[in-house]
Design a binder for this molecule. Structure first.
Ligand code: ADP
Ligand code: MG
Ligand code: MG
Length: 879
């Protein structure tokens, strides 16, 4: 078996497509080298070795050692230096790299191969003693903390002591001799802490680092990250060993991190940060302030790379174009300049905000880099949610505390918390929280996830907080230097104002502003790119997309987002209005049909007006109206004065009303007297609703395009129930049409939300014009799982992997999905043209939409804000 794949060194064993085996970093290093970009040579140890290592208690395949030696020999030859050589040492970095970039993994170790001998060789080769000893002490520090687990404070203390002894304040004021002393102090301290000498043999260093990378795959941070991101544990990580290049050899050296387009907005400009005379993660560590790439983006006092090192910059601009053309996607790249020579150290598809993702997809299609279908594929439907998020109301009163970097767009208000655990705990209680940290690290991921927004006082646009927040779609203000965080006092201060933990602040991640208290927000406005992408999605989409809506506002929002009708209008939502609820209660509490009809007569005009409005908004489009569904007692009066009011309207006494209310309560209401079962016992309710629908349809038909009412009977278990309901509805239709002197097309169908209905769908279809799958109830009844009680245990099911996902969020394909498929087939066997849709929460879930496409449903219906998500997901499902 090949466990090791080389790159650079005149030979590239890997390619970009091999990311499963080589990890993303390794695969792309090989790809960059093979298209002629300047990559320091190295090799990748495959993810299969990680799997072997994990499965064999940290042992390696027998032939790995030989392959590593051979690969390193090729690197030595390419560089012209030897690993461990006292005169001319080869130094390497050891870098982890899984299939997808994964915080939580072991950090990179740089300058590996240094020891008391080779440091002299580095000094000789570079002609710079200070550089050599600084590199050596950096190596001991990195290796010591990352591989040997020594607390990094212990190293910092030693530097502090050295500075104190010399009476200086800055690292830069320390000389070669000082660093030499620091290195000696480090080694002594490491021996003290670990009980063993710091490893000086380069091969021992190398295997120690490789083992630490593989071992870190199973550390707690990595496991948490994988759980949050659905990454399987068996993927493993690769290890990359690569010849060092030095960005810290002087002022003609630099290191940087950049994006080929702006990852916040998507704008087609070279975006990033670099530092002169710096190494590794200095740029993102926030110790020195990074400078901008392009002169156009440089603010007064800043020195752009374009101005400071024009030749290397020009080379990098050319690399940018090559990479975008080659990968046909925005790249996130890391580079180092050693003595004016550019080296590429990493490229990957760049993380971006939803807005940037959309703009880049549309721009790249317009630039001819990708086609329309690819642009549609590129945008994650779920991420569109972010574009639909509210922003701060420009006219709202606000009290600005400070301003930081606009690291991730969107606005959020919440109570201040200072730790990830606190964020998670308070969010679980339903509070909106803003996580405030000096800086974040992979340990904070769970708290960032739980928070509505993130504020940091340190770090730049590529800091951990910024990158992770953008990926999660959380608003983030980073590097707000005007904020002082006091963890001990659980307070922050900014602009002379102190905010205690638990007090509310508001962030605007689009501007970087931080405000005291809550600031009013407004609905988002969508860019032209959004419409363009949606139109491309609509070109390929087969599934229709409707909305679940009952209020005129929801219906208007739905149309604005491109809904092609209403797939679910829940009429009971129209009953709760204060003006109506007393009539509803009167109807329920009445013990006679005459009493109920009395009350229903009061409700009729309200319902009719509601439907008139809906039909007007949805002119010419189908509107599916579900007849009353929930158990009646949901509308019952609870308070004494409410009961008294109903008693009065019915001419009854309070005691009778209390008894009636008790009679109506059920042990198991979700499986009780609800849905079409109400129409079996109280047909007058359905009659009133049907009359309201038809009268409204007639009114709208007379003034404009006739609506297409689809009347939907809920909770049908048997064909007979639907037959009876259907006949009731037809009778009302005939009456209304006779009165109006006109007829209107309408359909009567049913929800399929009980297993029995699914299994007898062929019979039910004989009397149904359409089916709509009510997958919320169908999930509940298929699993025998109460939606309202599942919160107590379902999360554990998902956490422990008993269920892959919450079946109320994403359809359970094997069980619930099988019933849906059976019902669809049986229904269509009876009626080939039977219209089929889905109207549960799943109608807005991309994975569930993909399932609906697969079994040939006609439409999905979801909440208005999810309509664009569903349109895009439906297009992707069709591609
Ligand atoms: P991460 O996955 O955390 O970005 P990397 O493996 O990319 O870790 O390493 C982080 C940084 O270390 C790189 O951006 C680069 O600046 C530096 N680095 C890694 N390998 C080398 C190398 N061979 N020569 C010089 N710098 C390197
Ligand atoms: Mg790192
Ligand atoms: Mg990197």
């Amino acid at each position: 078996t090949s466990w090791v794949y080389g790159f650079g060194a005149g030979r590239n064993d890997g390619r970009a497509e091999m990311r499963n085996l080589l990890g993303g970093k390794g695969a792309n290093l090989a790809e960059m080298a093979s298209i002629g970009l300047p990559v320091p040579p190295g090799f990748t140890i495959t993810t299969e070795v990680c799997t072997y290592f994990t499965g064999n208690k940290g042992a390696y395949p027998a032939d790995l050692d030989g392959q590593v030696k051979a690969a390193l020999a090729r690197v030595e030859e390419a560089v012209g230096a030897r690993f461990g050589d006292a005169a001319n040492p080869l130094l390497v970095s050891v870098r982890s790299g899984a299939r997808v970039s994964m915080p939580g993994m072991m950090d990179t170790v740089l300058n590996l191969g240094l020891n008391d001998e080779t440091v002299k060789g580095l000094e000789a080769a570079s002609g710079d003693a200070r550089f050599a000893w600084d590199s050596y002490r950096r190596f001991i520090q990195m290796y010591g903390s990352v591989v040997l687990g020594v607390d990094h404070h212990r190293f910092e203390e030693i530097i502090e002591d050295a500075k104190l002894a010399k009476g200086v304040h800055e690292d830069t004021q320390l000389t070669a001799a000082d660093w030499q002393q620091v290195a000696a102090g480090y080694k002594e301290m490491v021996r003290e802490v670990t009980g063993a000498d710091f490893p000086l043999d380069p091969w021992a260093q190398l295997w120690g680092a490789i083992g630490a990378v593989f071992g870190s795959w199973m550390n707690a941070r990595a496991i948490t990250y994988r759980r949050l991101h659905d990454i399987p544990a068996d993927w493993g990580t690769a290890v990359n060993v690569q010849a060092m290049v030095f960005g810290n050899m002087g002022d003609d050296c630099a290191t940087g991190v950049c994006f080929t387009r702006d990852p916040s907005t998507g704008e087609n400009i070279f975006y990033g940060e670099y530092l002169i005379n710096a190494q590794g993660e200095d740029v993102v560590a926030g110790i020195r302030t990074p400078q901008p790439m392009s002169e156009a983006r440089a603010k007064p006092g800043e020195r752009s790379m374009e101005a400071a090192m024009p030749a290397a910059y020009a080379e990098l601009v050319a690399v940018r174009a090559t990479l975008e053309k080659h990968y046909a996607d925005m790249q996130d790249i890391e580079f180092t300049v050693q003595r004016n020579k550019l080296y590429m150290l990493q490229t990957r598809n760049g993380k971006r905000t939803a807005a940037a993702s959309l703009k880049i997809a549309v721009d790249m299609a317009n630039e001819g880099l990708i086609d329309h279908a690819e642009a549609v594929r590129r945008v994650n439907p779920g991420s569109l949610d972010q574009l639909l998020h509210p922003t701060l109301d420009p006219n709202a009163k606000r009290n600005m505390l400070t301003r930081g970097l606009p690291a991730s767009p969107g606005a959020a208000s919440g109570v201040v918390v200072f730790s990830a655990d606190e964020a998670e705990a308070r969010a679980q209680k339903g509070e909106s929280v803003i996580l405030v940290r000096v800086e974040t690290s992979p340990e904070d991921i769970h708290g960032m996830h739980a928070a509505r927004g993130i504020l940091t006082t340190r770090g730049g646009m590529t800091s951990h907080a910024a990158v992770v927040a953008r990926g999660m779609g959380r608003p983030c203000v980073a590097g707000a230097g005007g904020v002082v965080v006091d963890y001990a006092a659980q307070a922050l201060s900014a602009g002379g104002v102190v905010v205690q933990a638990g007090e509310t602040i508001t962030l605007d991640g689009g501007t970087g502003e931080v405000f005291a208290g809550t600031v009013a927000m407004v609905e988002p406005k969508l860019s032209g790119d959004f419409e363009t992408l949606m139109s491309w999605a609509d070109e390929v989409r087969r599934l229709k997309v409707r909305a679940n809506a009952e209020t005129p506002l929801d219906a208007e929002t739905a149309r604005k987002f491109g809904a092609e009708g209403i797939g679910l209008c829940r009429t009971e939502h129209m009953f709760f209005d204060p003006q109506r609820i007393s009539a509803v209660r009167q109807m329920i509490m009445s013990e006679t049909e005459a009493g109920r009809r009395d009350a229903l007569a009061k409700l009729l005009p309200f319902q009719r007006d509601d439907f008139v409005e809906l039909f007007r908004i949805m002119a010419g489009l189908p509107v599916t109206i579900r007849l009353l569904d929930p158990p009646l007692h949901e509308f019952l009066p609870h308070k004494e004065e409410e009961l008294a009011e109903v008693a009065e309207s019915l001419g009854a006494d309070l005691a009778t009303m209390k008894r009636r209310a008790a009679d109506l309560s059920e042990a198991n209401p979700m499986l009780g007297h609800r849905g079409c079962r109400l129409a079996m016992t109280y047909p007058e309710i359905a009659e009133m609703q049907a009359r309201a629908i038809f009268e409204a349809a007639v009114i709208v038909a007379k003034e404009a395009e006739a609506p297409v009412p689809e009347i939907m009977v809920p909770l049908v278990a048997t064909k007979k129930e639907l037959e009876i309901s259907h006949a009731q509805i037809d009778k009302v239709a005939r009456e209304v049409f006779t009165e109006a002197g006109m007829t209107i097309d309408y359909f009567v169908g049913t929800m399929i939300e009980l297993p029995r209905a699914a299994l007898t769908a062929d019979k039910i279809a004989e009397t149904a014009d359409f089916f709509s799958f009510g997958t919320n109830d169908l999930t509940q009844t298929t699993f025998g799982l109460s939606r309202d009680d599942a919160g107590k245990f379902l999360p554990h099911y998902v956490e422990k992997g008993i269920l892959p996902k919450d079946p109320f969020v994403s359809i359970d394909v094997d069980g619930v999905g099988a019933l849906v498929e059976i019902a669809a087939q049986k229904g269509r066997a009876t009626k080939p043209g039977l219209k089929l849709g889905i109207c549960g929460e799943h109608g807005g879930d991309p994975a569930s939409i993909n399932f609906c496409e697969g079994i040939g449903l006609d439409y999905v219906s979801c909440s208005p804000y999810r309509v664009p998500v569903a349109r895009l997901a439906a297009a992707q499902a069709a591609l």
